[in-house]
Design a protein around this ligand. Structure first.
Ligand code: HEM
Length: 403
């Protein structure tokens, strides 16, 4: 991909960061960061610059000039999701974001918790609570965030399993592009008439908010609404699903801290969620591109070099977080970088936090003495999902006490 090779030697061999699970990832990132704040690693048959410190990752997110989101997203998610916010820059991005983001502001999101998030979490737990055991990934974490989006969009409850299939197929786009393209087309055909109806008779759902909101006289056109709604599945549901599963993994493998949270949820749940996001952010290794040759923070980067913003290395940077490899809910530190930074920072941060804290509170309330099933410790492991960018566990076999 690069027009001339990177001047630095490659630091890692034998694993491709675009497509593979990177074994012992955190140890590898720590070893690399001990040498330099960045590394050169194999990526999609080329070499990428992997940024490893909080300082560099934060600076890179804010530097849209050097690493524009619009240079990569049209190549990666563009074919399946269309021209989303992530493909836009400048005025177009500012206006689209301003029109689409009000429903996700902190004060509006607070209003979703009681009518939508809490009842939904209970509804899912009702299906398995009496059994005393379940795989929380299969029965809760993979279901809840997609259902949240469906309910916020005001979609009919009987369509939820179809929506879940589309969300799943969109997620696996890099490995099964045909299924993802079909899901994208079917979802658009499905949502078209709903959108037309909400334009005629707006309600209080998210689709209505997106079509009625205007900023400086600008409203979203149909294709802009479609692209935003398609983006909600990979950007909003899959990330939250992995974040919840990662926090649960952390707690289930640190039973003393799980007990602390369960005993005083009001005091600890929010901090457990932040610490989960810091310890294992779902978007661990975010790919970008450097379209023009430059020297950036002392790194010579040829034109068209793939970049990887290692959010997970940044959130375990000892310069910012003391004893960073320890999962510790009493740390009382946020992990905002999990949501990116700069102009493309996550539009759904407050919704994600509300979903995560509500889900964790409900699970702890409904599943007393939550713990891993005996003998399953070695199967509970956070690995790369769909290439190295995203991370989460595949199973979480849990038990709890029943009455
Ligand atoms: C824990 C859950 C979540 C995490 C860790 C997360 C993380 C991120 C990150 C890292 C970015 C920046 C990507 C980049 O700069 O290339 C981003 C962007 C975005 N996220 Fe989230 N996200 C989460 C949940 C959500 C939710 C619930 C929504 C629903 C509204 C959402 C909507 C978006 C959108 C629309 C963007 C694109 C913003 C833009 O390009 O201007 N995210 N997210």
């Amino acid at each position: 991909m690069g027009t001339r090779p990177l001047a630095d030697a490659v630091d890692v061999n034998g694993v491709d960061f675009a497509f593979e699970d990177v074994p012992a990832l955190h140890e590898l990132l720590a070893d690399l960061r001990a040498v330099r704040p960045y590394a050169i690693v194999p990526f999609a048959g080329a070499h990428a610059v992997l940024l490893l410190t909080h300082e560099l990752v934060s600076a890179a997110f804010k530097d849209e000039e050097t690493f524009p989101a619009a240079a990569i997203y049209p190549l990666t998610t563009g074919p399946v999701l269309g021209r989303t916010l992530q493909c836009m820059s400048g005025t177009e991005h500012r206006i689209n974001r301003a029109v689409a983001s009000p429903p996700f502001r902190r004060n509006r999101v607070a209003r979703y918790v009681e009518p939508v998030l809490e009842p939904l979490a209970h509804e899912l737990v009702d299906r398995f609570a009496e059994r005393g055991e379940a795989d929380l990934v299969a029965e809760f974490t993979t279901r809840y965030p997609v259902l949240v989006i469906s309910r916020l969009l005001g979609l009919p409850v009987e369509d939820e399993s179809t929506v879940r299939r589309w969300a799943h197929d969109l997620f696996y786009f890099p490995f099964e592009p045909d299924a993802a393209m079909t899901a994208s087309r079917e979802f658009t055909e499905y949502i078209g008439p709903i959108l037309a109806e909400r334009r005629r008779r707006p309600g209080d759902d998210l689709v209505s908010m997106l079509v009625t909101e205007s900023v400086d006289g600008n409203r979203l056109g149909d294709e802009e609404v479609f692209a935003f709604l398609r983006l909600l599945f990979p950007a909003g549901a899959d990330t939250t699903m992995l974040a919840l599963a990662n926090t649960l993994t952390a707690l289930l493998t640190h039973p003393d801290q799980l007990e602390t949270v369960a005993l005083a949820p009001d005091e600890h749940v929010t901090w457990a969620v932040w610490e989960g996001l810091r310890w294992e952010p779902p978007v661990g290794l975010l790919p970008r591109l450097c379209p023009r040759a430059t020297t950036w923070n002392g790194i010579d980067i040829p034109a068209d070099t793939p970049m990887i913003f290692s959010i997970n290395a940044a959130l375990r940077d000892p310069a910012v977080y003391p004893d960073p490899y320890r999962f510790d809910i009493t740390r009382r530190e946020t992990a905002m970088l999990a949501f990116g930074q700069g102009p493309h920072t996550c539009a759904g941060t407050w919704l994600a936090l509300a979903e995560l804290t509500t889900a964790l509170s409900v699970l702890l309330q409904r599943l007393p003495n939550l713990r891993l099933q005996d003998g399953t410790e070695e199967h509970v492991r956070i690995t790369s999902q769909v290439g190295a960018a995203l991370r989460g566990p595949t199973v979480l076999p849990a038990r709890w006490n029943t009455a």
